[in-house]
Design a protein. Structure first.
Length: 271
């Protein structure tokens, strides 16, 4: 039976991603411009990232004033309830800036340091993914309704479709390209979508056999990691470690270990 607190957190997260997704989809100005940069001149923030985070934190704070926050655009507070919200108001900002459809709103709720709820909305697909720890993962789509999620059946590594992402710091991205070049002959193919949250949900939905990336922050992966795991995927970082900034890997059980092993051998985590 689902914990009533988790049920309440899920409902609030679903409302928040829906409202933020509508703001981003319907309120995008035609002359959208860069408002700030982060790790490099091409790692951008728009006014819409900031507006979406304010909407999310305002909504949650009104309902649960004692909760903490960790958000990509600066929301940070400890809280006193034992619940912390990990928020990426716009994952895939460069896609959004250019008018590409692969971007998402990602919200996770942690209880005493463990992720218990994850919700990811992909507005341009009309899709919302959700998971509660121990309760499976689900997709609600405008076109097809609701369905339970399950990752793909096991496949040999050479038949695996794997996605990745690239950092905005030039030397890191160059190293990531070298790793991808070594992997490509060993896989069916590689994709690069531009949103970690969407990639993790695509693993959960059976649209990818695996995904890996170096340089993710907690807000990039918290919700998607739970959704992927609840759909039957395995997730981790370097061997024996949890997903982290050094490396995040998510894949079907048949692909996870060989992919993780190759990434370790190729130094995909290398600083």
């Amino acid at each position: 039976m689902t914990d009533p607190l988790h049920t309440d957190l899920l409902a609030l997260a679903e409302e928040a991603v829906r409202r933020a997704g509508e703001l981003l989809r319907d309120g995008r100005p035609a002359d959208l411009a860069v408002a700030a940069t982060k790790s490099s001149p091409i790692d951008v923030v728009t006014e819409m990232d900031i507006a979406a985070e304010k909407l999310i934190t305002g909504l949650i704070s009104d309902r649960r004033p004692d909760d903490g926050f960790l958000g990509e655009e600066g929301a940070s507070s400890e809280g006193t309830s034992g619940v912390r919200w990990v928020i990426d108001p716009l994952d895939g900002t460069v896609n959004y800036l250019y008018g590409l459809p692969t971007w998402a709103v990602s919200i996770a709720a942690e209880q005493d340091g463990e992720t218990v709820v994850g919700v990811v909305a992909v507005p341009m697909r009309g899709e919302t993914y959700r998971a509660v720890r121990g309760g499976g993962a689900w997709l609600t789509a405008d076109r097809d309704g609701e369905r339970a999620l399950a990752c793909r059946p096991p496949a040999p590594l050479d038949q695996a479709l794997v996605s990745t992402g690239f950092n905005y710091v030039t030397d890191v991205r160059t190293h990531q390209a070298d790793v991808a070049q070594r992997l490509i002959p060993l896989l069916r193919d590689i994709r690069r979508g531009g949103s970690a949250a969407v990639d993790l949900c695509d693993v959960a939905a059976g649209r990818l056999d695996g995904y890996y990336e170096r340089g993710l922050h907690p807000w990039d992966l918290a919700a998607g990691d739970l959704i992927a795991r609840e759909a039957g995927a395995l997730t981790g970082g370097r061997p024996g470690e949890r997903p982290a900034y050094a490396l995040t890997v998510a894949a079907t059980p048949g692909v996870f270990q060989p992919l993780q092993r190759l990434l370790e051998d190729f130094g995909a985590w290398h600083d």
